[in-house]
Write a protein that binds this ligand. Structure first.
Ligand code: ASP
Length: 487
């Protein structure tokens, strides 16, 4: 028995699977917000808050569980179908898009924060902030970490640990009985999947399979089959997503300590970030897409709605990845060979929302400390914010962590991050949404730019069907826009 999905049935008047899932997700978002605010009035115990967030915790686990095999299978199966020239051109377009959108995002953020000037030195005094130890991180060391993580020494370990520069101060006693502090810089392994290392490994693996050809076909088939199975698992998980998203949002709202106070003190700062994200999402990126495709970018954006809502719920572009794949291929008819490469890479290194956010937040911290940044310092913020967004993991609040790089680079107090943590629950969700949609538009742009090269117009054979456990080939006719997928 097979079931067709992906086509709106105006004729039958029935809702398709995606429309039902989308409607449920929208209800979940509003339901989660309402539930959070209603239960908040009852002053729930910590245990109740924990229980409300439990289905969301399980949802995040489900998504995280899928990420690794999905990235592996999609990258390897996608790249093994292309020749070196095709994949080279596709990656060149993708990286050009990432570079362009990230730099414009940073510039938008800088322009807005300088113009609006949300940072008022008195706001800091009013804040009852945590006294945190100053942390210092070298931007150069972080850059080396980025490269180091691209080439993990152990691919199995890379699935759960990554390398990070470690700073340790040791006290050395001197001959004259005085002591001297010495800073030891070493590397250590920290918990967290090294997605970048995995991506580099899978890209090389996929391209080489394509080059070896017939003899490596078994490997190509294996990863194509794995990709199909993972896609099907995503469909199952998506049925649970409304419950998970509602739970995540309700629990987050219950967890915020002092809603009104933070809104009052950091309101203008939040509005600056939101204005920047809005400009980037609704103006800059659509303009770039339109320039490349001459198609309606808002229609394209509508197709990505389900992914945007999931990003709002999870605050993680990696966790949203499975959904983004699905909506791009199903709703927006982007060629799977493109999504399979551009999406995982984009979700890891292309974070426009995070870059914009880090630029605004750093200048804001300078402003509340009464520091006027010179042109050179603003340029440093722009550069390091770009680097920090590339280095940020696609997980909740990762942008706050990598902001240490930006703050240290311009000599701003890193402990002031504690000021903006209070509103990160909202800004993180919004910037993740921009990150996810930016990656989606990136796939759309590369699809347009590569259409001739990848022979999209003449139809290509792309396996996307499983029928009774067996693989079948789907002939995708891009000219007519028909893309039948049977799950
Ligand atoms: N949560 C963001 C993401 O997953 C990263 C960030 O914290 O900016 O895309």
């Amino acid at each position: 028995m097979t079931r067709k999905i992906g086509e709106f049935s105006l004729i039958s008047g029935r809702w398709t699977t995606e429309q039902t899932q989308l409607a449920l997700t929208i209800v979940a978002i509003f339901g989660g917000i309402a539930l959070g605010f209603i239960i908040r009035t009852q002053e729930p115990s910590e245990k109740t808050v924990h229980l409300i967030g439990f289905p969301g915790e399980i949802f995040m686990n489900m998504l995280k569980m899928i990420i690794l095999p999905l990235i592996m299978a999609s990258l390897i199966s996608g790249l093994s179908q292309l020749d070196a020239k095709q994949s080279g051109r596709m990656s060149a377009y993708a990286f050009a898009y990432y570079a362009l959108t990230t730099s414009v995002a940073v510039l938008t953020g800088i322009a807005l924060v300088l113009l609006i000037h949300p940072g008022d030195a008195s706001a800091k005094i009013q804040q009852d902030r945590l006294a945190e130890q100053e942390q210092s991180v070298s931007a150069f060391d972080k850059f080396l970490d980025l490269i180091r993580n691209m080439f993990p020494d152990n691919i199995v370990q890379a699935s759960f640990q990554q390398t990070q520069t470690d700073y340790q101060t040791t006290i050395i006693s001197q001959a004259d009985n005085s002591t001297k502090e010495s800073l030891n810089v070493t590397e250590k392994k920290v918990d967290g999947m090294n997605v970048l290392g995995f991506i580099v490994f899978c890209i090389v693996f996929g391209i080489v399979i394509g080059q070896v050809g017939e003899k490596a076909k078994v490997l190509a088939d294996f990863f194509t089959a794995l990709d199909l199975v993972m896609t099907r698992i995503v469909v199952i998980v998506m049925w649970y997503s409304p419950v998970g998203i509602a739970s995540l949002i309700a629990a987050k709202i219950l967890g915020i300590a002092n809603l009104a106070d933070t809104a009052r003190m950091l309101g203008v700062y939040m509005l600056t970030v939101i204005a920047g994200l809005t400009i980037h999402l609704f103006l800059t990126v659509p303009l770039i897409y339109f320039a490349v495709s001459r198609k309606n970018p808002y229609k394209f954006m509508k197709g990505l709605l389900q992914a945007a809502l999931t990003a709002l719920g999870t605050a993680s572009s990696a966790a949203t990845l499975p959904i983004t794949f699905r909506v791009l291929e199903l709703n927006n008819k982007v060629d799977p060979r493109i999504t399979k490469f551009v999406l995982p890479v984009g979700a890891t290194i292309n974070m426009d929302g995070t870059a914009l956010y880090e630029a605004v937040a750093s200048v804001f911290i300078a402003q509340i400390n009464g520091i006027e940044l010179s042109f050179g310092q603003v340029a440093t913020v722009s550069l390091t914010a770009t680097l920090a967004s590339i280095g940020a993991a696609s997980i909740p609040s990762a942008g706050l962590v990598t902001m240490l790089i930006v703050l240290t680079a311009v000599g701003l107090p890193t402990s002031d991050i504690s000021l903006i943590i209070t509103v990160d629950w909202l800004l993180d969700r919004l910037r993740t949404c921009v990150n996810v949609l930016g990656d989606g538009f990136g796939c759309g742009c590369v699809h347009e730019l590569c259409s001739k090269d990848l022979d999209l117009n003449r139809g290509s054979e792309i396996p996307t069907i499983i029928v009774n456990g067996e693989l079948e080939l789907e002939c995708k006719q891009a000219t007519t826009g028909s893309n039948k997928s049977i799950y």
